[in-house]
Design a protein around this ligand. Structure first.
Ligand code: LHQ
Length: 262
């Protein structure tokens, strides 16, 4: 108690952001919402930061909204207003950042905690982790974009089943369904996340950001729209110094030294 609700460490071009309320399985309260947005904004604004890792401290990743924050006896709350003020800007921020956001799911991810994780660009999970659409257990609907993200990732049949039943999805199941990128052994998670993020942070950052935008746009674009968008963003990518360096390094048979200049 009294500790920072979010820990931030900047290292090798990577912002490591750790949700830090382990005694509540990193459930979101108001200070944590503010601290996480501040951390993401700081990473986004810092030109030396070229990738983000989001993880949790202790045995869980995040158990969603702190259910102790409101007493149902106080009358019906406006949860729509809560979403407008907190989780919706958070998910939009993750999706709009022009650098890769890697989520390292270190343990249980429930409710909004699961759907914040799944909003990230690359999700790796500890073998012991699980994803729970816990909303149905308390009379709510899935939020944080989960009905969109999960339906796109695993299809309507599986999305409806896990959301209506609240049945936990084990990390390995999530991987085999394509809901996440990869499962790794628990004791390897932090190291694998760090190595992967460092490698992303040494990449052609502008190109990676444009690629993220393209993949996200594909869900609502026609093929024609997408071809046009690829043309426009390829034009932008082709003007970066990292493109020039990438081609030169290839011709000279040496590793490229990308600067990630945005
Ligand atoms: C918690 C929580 C928690 C407080 C564990 N809050 N203390 C959006 C807009 C506005 C409002 C409403 O919500 C939303 C979106 C949402 O996120 S709704 C969904 C909210 N989350 C949940 O319903 C999940 C609730 N948690 C659980 O079902 C379990 O804790 C899971 C399955 C995540 C983990 O189970 P266990 O491994 O058995 O751990 P535990 O239940 O013993 O939890 C450990 C402690 O953490 C415990 O406290 P205690 O003092 O007894 O040790 C829990 O009370 C506390 N905790 N989740 N969301």
């Amino acid at each position: 108690m009294g500790e920072d609700p979010v820990l931030v460490e900047m290292e090798d071009g990577v912002a490591h952001i750790t949700l830090n309320r382990p005694e509540r399985l990193n459930a979101f309260n108001a200070p944590m919402h503010v601290a996480l947005m501040d951390a993401l904004n700081a990473a986004d604004d810092d030109q030396s930061i070229r990738a983000v890792v989001l993880t949790g401290s202790g045995r869980g990743f995040c158990a969603g909204q702190d259910l102790g924050d409101r007493d149902p006896a106080d009358g019906a709350p406006d949860l729509g207003a809560t979403l407008d003020a907190t989780f919706n800007p958070l998910v939009r921020k993750i999706r709009r950042m022009n650098i890769p956001v890697l989520c390292a799911v270190n343990g249980v991810a429930a409710g909004a905690g699961a759907n914040v994780a799944l909003a990230c660009d690359i999700v790796i999970a500890a073998r012991s982790a699980k994803f729970i659409q816990a909303f149905s257990r308390i009379g709510l609907v899935p939020d944080c974009g989960g009905t969109w993200t999960i339906t796109h990732l695993i299809g309507e049949a599986r999305a409806k089943a896990i959301m209506l039943t609240g049945e936990p999805v084990a990390a390995e199941q999530a991987q085999s369904w394509g809901m996440i990128w990869k499962v790794v052994d628990d004791d390897q998670l932090a190291a694998k996340a760090r190595t992967m993020a460092r490698s992303l942070a040494r990449g052609a950052t502008v190109g990676l950001g444009l690629t993220k935008r393209l993949v996200q746009a594909a869900a609502s674009n026609t093929l024609d729209d997408q071809l046009d968008m690829e043309r426009d963003l390829q034009r932008e990518a082709g003007k970066t110094s990292d493109y020039a360096e990438g081609v030169t390094a290839f011709m000279e048979k040496r590793p490229a030294q990308f600067t990630g200049k945005r």
